[in-house]
Design a protein around this ligand. Structure first.
Ligand SMILES: Cc1cc2nc3c(=O)[nH]c(=O)nc-3n(C[C@H](O)[C@H](O)[C@H](O)COP(=O)(O)OP(=O)(O)OC[C@H]3O[C@@H](n4cnc5c(N)ncnc54)[C@H](O)[C@@H]3O)c2cc1C
Length: 416
């Protein structure tokens, strides 16, 4: 069923009785050519591009819970490509370009809204670092503008410009960045993958791998054994636990990150704003709620709930740059478990086990990466070679000393 304005009008006039389920609920087959473990944004995007772009057939996505139950439905929806390093920038710019055409590609409203992201600088050193990052972005074809204080004052007069310790000195603006509705992205990819013949199997947990002579022949699941020529793991915060079942120990820790939404307010914030002297980022949803977040909870956990000290820390970050936020009531908050690699960058790679592939380590940057991650993982699965934009996202980069340490803080999770 193709969605259109005419279709919505017709359904509206006929009692909305003609809508069909967005994807099928098939029983798993005994074997597939490709099994994708994890029906989050990355797994569903992989299935979509594998079937649509690379002509893959006989594909299943196995999801432990329901579509949208993981981080794809828990994030603060920010998409951007304002990275500086060679191993990252072309990849995230590819992703942003895919975001720009995503709704047409999926025939689904993902509420992509390119309202810009502004990173605030609070010292001369930080302004120089942003100028450097902006130049790197421009060199790889992305957009970037360095704003002075006056330009920011015009755009966001409500910010606290003269904070005694952290005055606003400048800002790096990427106008093409913005937000997209997180769970709609999962539903849109799921619908399109299903239309291309992919079996999406919910409530199907992968509990082990079937191995023979160093090869992965399929997976054990809560719905029985399923064989596969290629098995692609893509389970975000559960990466270490799932890959452990294949005997692999990953350079990954799992952490909780929380998100917050205020009561609905009149339109105030033009785009996404980030605080450079603490960790705080905020945007405003179409319903008017301020959507914001900050640091990780600071300890390893698999529980999808957060702790109170981080609530205080995030809210005090918000108060530093926009004191008016103190008048808004917090409506809801939640946590998600994310996989953080030791240089903060992700993996899209083959493993040492034939037939087994791994995608993970996205931490709190994985939503914006969803389209490119799916595309590059599909490329790897279909061709057994890395996509040029993901060629540095290798599992062996720590042994080879080729880390992609965007923030320069390496293996210090507390600083991310
Ligand atoms: C609070 C919060 C805010 C964030 N904000 C942003 C942001 O603003 N911008 C941004 O770019 N990123 C953000 N992120 C990060 C982003 O959401 C994640 O990096 C990204 O969603 C991870 O990929 P995914 O969508 O595939 O993960 P998920 O949706 O978590 O998908 C993984 C799936 O694997 C399934 N699974 C796990 N184990 C098994 C198993 N054994 N068998 C079968 N299935 C299994 C899970 O149920 C889950 O559905 C945020 C994350 C959080 C938690």
């Amino acid at each position: 069923m193709r969605y259109s304005a005419f279709g919505i009008l017709k359904q509206g006039l006929t009692g909305n009785k003609g809508w069909k389920p967005v994807w099928r609920e098939p029983e798993p087959k005994k074997s597939y050519d490709y099994i994708i473990v994890g029906g989050g944004g990355h797994g569903l995007a992989t299935a979509h591009y594998l079937a649509k772009v690379y002509g893959g057939k006989n594909i299943a996505v196995l999801e432990k819970g329901w579509i949208g139950s993981g981080n794809i439905g828990r994030n603060t929806t920010i998409v951007r490509s304002n990275y500086g390093l060679e191993g990252n920038q072309p990849f995230y710019e590819m992703s942003l370009k895919l975001w720009e055409g995503l709704e047409q590609d999926l025939n689904y409203n993902a509420m992509m809204s390119q309202r810009g992201i502004l990173n605030l600088a609070h010292s001369d050193g930080q302004r120089d670092a942003y100028a450097k990052r902006g130049n790197a972005m421009l060199m790889s074809g992305a957009d970037a503008e360095l704003l002075d204080r006056a330009a920011i004052q015009k755009m966001c007069p409500f910010l606290n410009f003269d904070n005694e310790r952290f005055p606003i000195k400048a800002g790096l603006l990427q106008r093409r960045a913005g937000t997209a509705r997180h769970d709609a992205v999962a539903w849109g990819y799921a619908r399109s993958a299903d239309l291309h013949g992919v079996d999406i199997i919910q409530n199907c947990e992968v509990t082990g791998f079937q191995m023979k002579n160093g090869k992965c022949l399929g997976v054990q699941t809560s719905k029985g054994m399923i064989k596969a020529k290629k098995t692609a793991v893509c389970v975000a915060g559960a990466s270490s636990r799932v890959m452990e079942k294949a005997g692999m120990r990953l350079p990954i820790e799992s952490h909780v990150l929380q998100a917050f939404v205020s009561e609905g307010l009149k339109p105030t914030i033009p785009g996404v704003i980030t605080y450079g002297a603490g960790h705080f980022y905020v945007s405003q949803s179409d319903k008017g709620g301020l959507v914001f977040g900050g640091d990780l909870d600071g300890y390893n956990s698999y529980a999808q709930r957060g702790n109170l000290p981080v609530v205080e820390d995030v809210c005090s970050g918000g108060m530093s740059i926009m004191p008016m936020i103190g008048r808004a009531r917090l409506l809801r908050m939640w946590g998600g478990v994310m996989d953080m690699s030791m240089d903060g960058s992700p993996f899209i790679d083959k493993t040492g086990i034939e037939g087994l592939y791994f995608n993970g380590g996205w931490c709190y940057g994985g939503f914006k990466a969803t389209p490119a991650s799916g595309y590059c993982y599909a490329h790897l699965l279909a061709t057994d070679t890395s996509h040029e934009n993901a060629s540095q996202m290798r599992l062996d980069r720590f042994i080879r000393g080729n880390m992609i340490d965007e923030k320069g803080v390496g293996a210090q999770p507390n600083l991310h």
